[in-house]
Design a binder for this molecule. Structure first.
Ligand code: AVI
Length: 347
């Protein structure tokens, strides 16, 4: 009898949920039934999570943002010359478009900028700022999840396309997902090119420290995902019942962020319960690191050819130009070649 009542209660509860919320709940439960359990890194990014991420980018251990910016600053005119004039720059997951400003200033007569992001309010604010700063630039913001198909308005000045995908966001997708995304972005580029930020394999200690900083900001960022889940889905994760862990998985060439259960516990999610054993890890993020060869092979599987690779003196990070059509790579740049670092590049 109790089981029947529980089942009826579950049906009544399910009926009260919005279909979008039900789909969200179903996808979270699907991840929590996997071995190891997984949640999507999208749960990091509520308001607090976005602020924590901004703080992460300033941490001494988190080299990625700093090094990518140093490469861009040091090679900006070379990069701008390589992609050419009159471009429509499309930026998936544009956020606050901070690095874009620098790129747009260096490009010759940029025609249009198309930021694509799910955070619609931030997107419009960033678009408005860029409209004010570049008065001849057409800015057309698209509020969409860039991993799903989205369409760009037809016609000039949206023709000559450059996809700009900095920040090593590609590292947060596993290989199959990354190939799918890169193929999708190649179709978006329509025969154009892509500038992409790619984090490189380096000393394990450097990589682990970047995801497990001494001040505990990344730990707070990771645990905040549980608060976000609780608010959105009415689950009862107790963040104090988990601790943050960052590990290097050499076989998969990635940093993994885990939330490790401190004890055996039951967590209610919707009308279901999920059991965690003491010490059991919930995977919250993968951050893949590449060698130039690994990345070129993956980009190749998505139909891209590597043109130039710009890197820093320690070769910790790279900015790569990918082209859909191999004939647009000059003979000297063909293939995967790491440029000799210049003495002016600093991390
Ligand atoms: C957004 N992404 C590229 C970051 C990374 O480095 O994988 C997210 C992040 N996770 C922990 N720290 C930063």
């Amino acid at each position: 009898m109790a089981a029947v009542e529980r089942a009826l209660g579950r049906l009544a509860d399910a009926g009260r949920r919005h279909p979008d919320e039900q789909a969200l709940l179903a996808s979270v439960l699907e991840g929590l039934r996997r071995r190891p359990k997984r949640i999507s890194p999208v749960w990091f990014y509520d308001e607090r999570g976005s602020c924590l991420f901004d703080e992460i980018c300033e941490l001494p251990e988190y080299y990625l943002t700093r090094v990518e910016l140093s490469i861009l600053r040091g090679r900006l005119s070379e990069i701008a010359a390589s992609v050419g004039p009159d471009l429509c720059v499309i930026e998936p997951g544009s956020g606050t478009s901070t690095k874009t400003h620098m790129l747009l200033n260096a490009l010759e007569r940029p025609a249009a900028y198309v930021p694509v992001d799910v955070a619609c309010e931030h997107l419009e604010a960033a678009a408005e700022r860029l409209r004010r700063e570049h008065d001849r630039l057409k800015v057309h913001a698209i509020c969409a999840d860039f991993t799903a198909p989205f369409s760009i308005p037809e016609g000039a000045p949206f023709r000559n396309r450059l996809v700009y995908f900095p920040g090593s966001t590609i590292g947060n997708f596993d290989r199959a997902e990354a190939v799918r995304l890169l193929s999708h972005l190649r179709r978006v580029a329509r025969g154009g090119s892509m500038l992409i930020g790619v984090d490189m394999v380096k000393d394990r200690r450097v990589m682990v420290a970047a995801y497990d900083d001494a001040a505990g900001v990344t730990a707070a960022f990771n645990l905040n995902a549980l608060d976000h889940l609780n608010r959105r889905l009415g689950s009862d994760f107790d963040p104090a019942g988990f601790h943050h862990r960052a590990v290097w998985n050499a076989v998969a060439s990635r940093i993994e962020m885990h939330l490790v259960s401190r004890q055996r516990q039951l967590v209610r999610i919707g009308d279901d319960f999920v059991c965690f054993a003491a010490g059991e890890a919930l995977v919250s993020e993968y951050s893949h690191k590449y060698t130039p060869e690994m990345f070129a092979a993956m980009a190749g599987a998505a139909g891209w050819h590597v043109g130039q690779v710009w890197t820093d003196p320690r070769e910790w990070f790279s900015v790569q130009r990918l082209v859909a059509d191999c004939s647009s790579i000059s003979a000297g740049d063909r293939g995967c070649r790491v440029h000799a670092p210049r003495p002016t590049d600093t991390a």
